[in-house]
Design a protein around this ligand. Sequence first.
Ligand code: AMP
Length: 221
Amino acid sequence: MILVMLGAQGTGKGTVAKLLSKETSFPHISTGDMLREIASKGTDFGNEVKSLIDNGIFISDEMMAKILADRLNQSDAKEGAILDGFPRNLEQAKILDDILKERNEKVDLVVNLITPREELIERIEGRRICSNPTCKADFNLVLNPPKEDGICDKCHSPLKQRDDDSNREAIERRLATYDEKTKPVVDFYAKRGIVTTQEISKNINRFAAEAVMDILKLIEK
Ligand code: AMP
């Protein structure tokens, strides 16, 4: 079962994908997380990736295809996966079809998350992630604040903000790129009749839980 999460940055793809991963046996595969891990290594390649991410610019389709194919080959993804951040343009949607065809699989369900645009920027700027790489719990200063300022509720490590989330220009660029490059991917899958659209507004925890219930019903069908 291959699930694809689509939605602009800040809609709650990661939150919904993590909840779904808990409820199913499928790993949550976030290309953004994988790239941030590469960027944190401090190698020449890592620094190059970091500079692209920090400026809200896409990594090349060829590179992404390789990263994704390698990840899907890991044993935990044998039965399927929840893809968050890939595909991000039509070219990647076709690449994904090719990768899955080789495995006798296809995209089964696409979850399209929508949030009113005026809420997105506030949400993106409010995002905080646990700095402990084995925890990575996420919080939001507006929607889901930690109990203690700047500290993870789960493992008590300090929280941090993604560099690309503190750069207003990069945020605007990412949202514009979403409209231009990623929205057409929703139509690409809609033509196959496999898209479910869920609105995640204001109360992210309630809406995310409701979305997950709806999605689980569709998966079980
Ligand atoms: P995300 O965590 O999904 O918001 O991704 C953070 C950044 O990683 C994006 O702004 C891009 O620079 C890069 N990125 C993540 N996924 C992809 C992808 N599928 N193709 C190209 N760049 C990506």
